[in-house]
Design a protein around this ligand. Structure first.
Ligand SMILES: C[S@@+](CC[C@H](N)C(=O)[O-])C[C@H]1O[C@@H](n2cnc3c(N)ncnc32)[C@H](O)[C@@H]1O
Length: 291
């Protein structure tokens, strides 16, 4: 029996009368087997994990710091950072003295987290699992965070529902991700094509009204939800980070060259010093689980 099995068995046996070790094992295996979307992400990020370190734009956590101003947490808050990547968000929270679990689907990413934590003298727990099934009992955390990752998930509804479940009453849910404003289907289709060509493990951007509805359905109260466009420094850098194949790079350059006016305006597409720049529609969503 693996350690994860044992945790599940011990957690369930007192609450589910008659549950056997065998049925616990089946539940565990079904809930942890990966679908094709998850496997694609795992491959992509396993290959690219070293590109998400200190030099990546995600190392700038000013967006996380700003969002944290909007929540109130106990001194030793229990935090779960989902799809932690190289751990920029989780480590920022650990540096505040919180008790942080950094989780991700990809083992190589968690290795990067442990390396970065050691360099910074920080302590975090690392756990490998998907965002769609969280291996924790109800009410385990005061804050669940997920930054620049939900657009990869195979089931965003399950991610929000599970996050709400593992939050303690009064706990906070914080999502930061790419998005696209409501009511702009042309821009939505354009950015979807671009992101998919750049990195086939891209799923889709969730729009603000969809995020809000998902939270409400999961029993969370949305306290903030806003778009705060973020300037992407250079398309070439963006390709390199994802190891975009040459043919796909060409297709993206065509998309950029032929972008309709609405798209040009919304993403503020432009050229600076020979580099293609644009403004990513970054969403910050803060929600709270009622007491
Ligand atoms: C861009 S990185 C995340 C960046 C990170 N949150 C930060 O603040 O720097 C995206 C991460 O999502 C993870 N991921 C993708 N799909 C996932 C899923 N379904 N469940 C959990 N993690 C997933 C990938 O393994 C990758 O590490």
């Amino acid at each position: 029996m693996s350690a994860e099995w044992q945790v599940l068995w011990l957690a369930l046996k007192d609450y589910v009368p008659g549950i056997s070790k065998a049925s616990t094992a089946v539940v565990y295996l079904v809930s942890t087997s990966l679908n094709d979307v998850q496997k694609a992400s795992q491959q992509q990020f396993g290959r690219q994990s070293t590109r998400y370190g200190k030099s990546h734009i995600l190392a700038d956590v000013s967006d996380v710091e700003a969002a944290l101003e909007r929540v109130s947490l106990p001194e030793r808050a229990r935090v779960l950072d989902i799809a932690t990547g190289a751990g920029h968000t989780g480590l920022c929270l650990a540096a505040r003295g919180y008790d942080v679990t950094c989780s991700d689907l990809t083992a190589e990413m968690l290795e990067r987290v442990r390396e970065a934590a050691a360099v910074r003298g920080l302590s975090v727990e690392t756990r490998q699992h998907s965002a769609e099934v969280l291996p924790y009992t109800d009410s385990s955390f005061d804050l669940v965070t997920c930054r620049v990752a939900a657009h990869h998930f195979s089931d965003v509804t399950a991610f929000v529902r599970e996050s709400a479940r593992v939050l303690a009453p009064g706990g906070w849910f914080l999502v930061i991700d790419g998005s696209v404003q409501d009511g702009a289907p042309e821009a939505e289709a354009w950015t979807h094509q671009l992101e998919k060509l750049r990195d086939p493990s891209h799923g889709r951007f969730v729009k603000p009204n969809e995020w809000k509805a998902l939270c409400v359905r999961a029993g969370l109260e949305v306290t903030e939800c806003f778009l705060d466009p973020f300037k992407m420094p250079d398309l070439k850098w963006y390709f390199e980070t994802a190891a975009t194949p040459e043919a796909n790079r060409k297709a993206v350059l065509d998309l950029v060259a032929n972008a309709p006016d609405e798209v040009r305006q919304i993403f503020r597409l432009g050229e600076e010093d020979g580099k293609i720049v644009w403004w990513w529609q970054r969403i910050t969503l803060v929600a709270r689980k009622p007491d």
